[in-house]
Design a protein around this ligand. Structure first.
Ligand code: SF4
Length: 350
């Protein structure tokens, strides 16, 4: 009998309840030195992860997306906000509660070279995960599970890989071992923080396809963090765009990438125009530099870089506006009283 859960009998779809939900996620990091200054790393982020679905969290370096992943993984404490797992509020940063949480929510890190200890063989890495998350498992069951985990990530036959050290594996194989280690917990949620950005371009698609296959077969909820909005279109059902610690746009990936509503999303896409070049571009660069998060710009945080900035953009932060079916953007261009000229200049319909 397989020890990993299968998804065949589990209903999927956009209406399924969130397994992991964040409301008003906020994280401030204190700054050393005089005064009570803080880095406003994440501010008021709402996020929902459903089983069998992928949500991409997209933005430049420093936009706060990795901090969101660490908050969801309970590796950082919240300044404000709430995280719920199956509707129950979670605050589990150590001990038994944390281990129980980790059985449900696992993280895959960007760098498979750093995330695997070079002195341990694959067998040790996976056995440790199994022992932590399946205490009391019999030896024969453990051996079976070792084989299943490697087979799940397409490292077959398993015997070929079990006794290898990380340095004997390619980057893609190491990331597959890291994914197998995460699956050892039999999780329902994977937080994948730039899981392919350190890999050769030629093997990125293979690892993303593996994650997509695992999502379907194991009914996983996946948060895919990336700076590459083209790969979000390819891989994710929904895309959430972050800028300077805040969500500026969210919606179905097809809509957000094909009909971006927010000026920042437009600039990200303009810097990454060809989805066929998945992962080949440098980090998406918008015009100018991201702002300081110690004293972020007033009003809309994007206003110093925005070609459409208006007076109120400087003074007042925009609320989230509905801009299409399931698509939302935090931008004053979508306010009812935005001038026709501005709408026309930006190609926004009334
Ligand atoms: Fe630009 Fe204003 Fe929209 Fe911000 S609110 S993105 S500054 S138009």
């Amino acid at each position: 009998m397989s020890t990993l859960h299968e998804a065949d009998d589990v209903s999927r779809g956009t209406t399924s309840p969130a397994v992991l939900k964040a409301v008003g996620l906020t994280k401030h990091f204190p700054v050393r030195g005089p005064g009570n200054r803080v880095v406003h790393a994440v501010e008021g982020v709402d996020l929902e992860l459903q089983q069998g679905r992928v949500v991409a969290l997209v933005g430049e370096s420093g936009s706060g997306k990795s901090t969101v992943a660490r908050l969801l993984a309970q590796l950082l404490t919240l300044t404000k906000g709430e995280i719920t797992l199956d509707g129950t509020r979670v605050d589990a940063h150590f001990g038994r509660k944390f281990r129980r949480y980790c059985r449900n929510v696992q993280m895959i890190l960007q760098d498979p070279f750093a995330s695997l200890n070079p002195i341990h063989r694959v067998r040790y890495v996976l056995t440790r995960s199994i022992k932590i998350h399946h205490p009391g498992i019999r030896r024969d069951e453990r051996e079976q599970l070792l084989g299943e985990l490697l087979t799940r990530v397409d490292l077959t036959p398993p015997e070929r890989y079990l006794e290898k050290f990380p340095h004997e594996l390619s980057g893609g194989q190491r990331q597959r071992v890291a994914i197998a280690r995460a699956l050892g917990a039999n999780p329902r949620v994977l937080l994948a923080d730039e899981p392919v950005s350190m890999l050769d371009v030629s093997i990125r698609i293979g690892v993303l396809n593996l994650l997509r296959d695992l999502k379907d077969r194991l009914n996983l909820a996946i948060l895919y963090i990336t700076h590459d909005i083209a790969s979000a279109r390819y891989f994710a059902d929904r895309t959430v765009v972050m800028y300077a610690g805040q969500v500026v746009e969210r919606g179905p990936s097809e809509d957000v990438t094909q009909r971006p509503a927010h000026p920042y999303t437009q600039l990200l896409i303009a810097s990454a125009p060809d989805a066929d070049l998945l992962g080949e571009r440098a980090e998406g660069e918008a015009r100018g530099e991201p702002p300081s998060l110690i004293s972020p710009p007033s009003g809309c945080r994007f206003h110093p870089r925005c070609p459409f900035a208006m007076e109120r953009c400087v003074t007042t932060a925009p609320p989230i506006f509905q801009v299409g079916e399931g698509q939302e953007a935090a931008c004053w261009l979508y306010a009812e009283d935005a001038t026709e000229e501005r709408r026309a200049a930006f190609g926004v319909s009334a």
